[in-house]
Design a protein around this ligand. Sequence first.
Ligand SMILES: Nc1ncnc2c1ncn2[C@@H]1O[C@H](COP(=O)(O)OP(=O)(O)OP(=O)(O)O)[C@@H](O)[C@H]1O
Length: 661
Amino acid sequence: MTRTSSEPLPLRDALHGVAPYLEGVRGRWVGGLLAALAAGLVALAIPQVIRVLVNTVFAHSAPGVPGPADPAAGVWWAALALGALGLAEAFFIWLRRFFILPPAADVENRARISIYRRLQRLPASFHDAWPSGQLLSRAQADLSLLRRWIAFGSVMLVVESVTIVVGLVLLFTMSWQLALLYLVAAVPIMIRSFRFRNDFRAASRLSQDQAGDLATTVEESVHGIRVLKAFGRGPDALEGFRGEAETLQGTEVHKAAVLAQFTGLVVALPEVVLGVALALGVYLVAVGDLTVGALAAYFATTAVLSRPVEGIGQLMGMTLAAKTGIDRHLEVMRTPVVIASPTGTDAAEEQATSRAVASSEATSAVVLDGLPPSSGRLAFRHARFAYPDTPADAAPLLADVDLELVPGETMALVGVTGSGKSTLVQLVPRLQDVTGGAVEVDGLDVREYPLEELRRRVSIAFEDATLFSDTIRANVLLGAPAEAIADGLDSPAAEELLETALDTAQAGFAKGLPEGVDSEIGEEGLSLSGGQRQRIALARAIAARPAILVLDDPLSALDVRTEEAVTARLRQVLAGTTTLIVAHRPSTVALADRVAVLEGGVIVDVGTHAELLARSAAYRDIITTGAQADRTLERFADAGDAASHADAAGSHAAPTTEDAR
Ligand SMILES: Nc1ncnc2c1ncn2[C@@H]1O[C@H](COP(=O)(O)OP(=O)(O)OP(=O)(O)O)[C@@H](O)[C@H]1O
């Protein structure tokens, strides 16, 4: 999916958008600019010394013309001045880099941290809509463009413009006829530059968006490499990638052609004019209207001017690319955070990051006054929800969900595939927000809680267990209460929490890995089996010690016996924790205190497993499908390893059937 913004932001607006990143670096940028200006002016002074030098020599050698008293000394002084000016120019160039490079890297870093933080805060629906490659390119390539523009482009654009203006003034002081001739070349260049600006900006935006799409394709195919291999789709994926890469190549070539056309004009026109200027200059010297020194200085000045005149197109291109990068960055930064804390803590956090204030200070300020104590009560009050892309005339996915869980209760949520179970449970920690009605935790609407506090009370484990490339210890203790890990992830308190969580989730296999719980589990935990990943993710939810545990079918990849062992331990260890578990199989449902049936966007029945079996045809339908799956899995398990079954039932840390398999 390509995300292309049709309208570029007005310049003022774009600059205003990046202003927070520039705080504290403006002084150094100005210092760098002054140094660069000084270098440019020194470069322009060199031809003036040449003029004096040449006039001195020619004045002395011309017969009948009175020369200076000591022409040799004049030459030495001029040579010395040239050397000194060369050294001064080199020093000022060094000073520009010294002033500007560190703050430019700082700006890039701040912007990168800000966009990362923003991505954390934007709702799940934003991430559903935006391809990851687009976000990657906005966090990487676009910000590198910004850094290069601050460090080089912005400064040199000012310096080269000033150099051109001052150079033209100097040319006029030497010979107005020759200067006028040089200026004639500049007018068509300026006219052409307006068209260039529009063409290049459009090409630049297109290439940056296409680069983002290409990054998405790489990311998706690396992520799904097993599927591509298994289905032999590698060559097709390569073809698709080649197509996208060639499209980008075409755009880049077009971009280069636009730039080359402009640069060609900028280079060629002054060169042609210089040829004419040589003839005119010699004539002016011959008729005595110009000194030889001034003619030499004229050409030396045009040589100094050639770099800025030729480079101005590149610098404009760089400026436009950086502007496009800023627009793309701000597109993400200005996407509203629709799921936010009510107290304004989010805004404070964002500001704090822009100012590069230590994040720990910024995020810890959560107002807890007036919040009810955590008891584990959970209720859905006429909750409605429809995804944003639902047609206006279609019924919402969740039409009117009314359900209450008492503290400590385990409730299973069942429903046919696609009935909205996962969506419903995501409303609890506000991964999605209700579009009507309310979800209450401990008697208070979840939208009334600071997000940090809500997510402390509610912990969730998903069917699709996402792990991070870190140790098992770090993954499990990811959401652990601050007090448990205050002394580090290997403190006794953290160790105890880790033990209990792994034991409850039947994830004892972790201890058998080469480095036990300190084993690195590879990118996204792909070195583990699906069932092992699910159990680590479950242990992570348990280690958060929530008042309310939401489990979105987190045991689906386990065999029936391992699942039974996990569920039985869960009930023991989490006796006081309210648990809402999305379930498909009778084995999970049977362990719940009550079961709620979701159908047609409403809860159609609530009761114990036995009660529902007796009275609900919908429930019997759903559960029969689940039971068939159970039996199939059981047959696999029986054929597998009977001995590991005995282990699983008898010892919590022992390998389960799934591990043995
Ligand atoms: N991000 C999304 N944007 C739009 N529609 C979505 C999104 N996520 C899910 N849906 C749609 O909402 C419906 C319910 O999905 P959901 O995952 O909540 O169902 P479920 O009952 O959990 O299904 P399953 O039992 O298969 O896991 C489906 O039709 C699905 O296509």
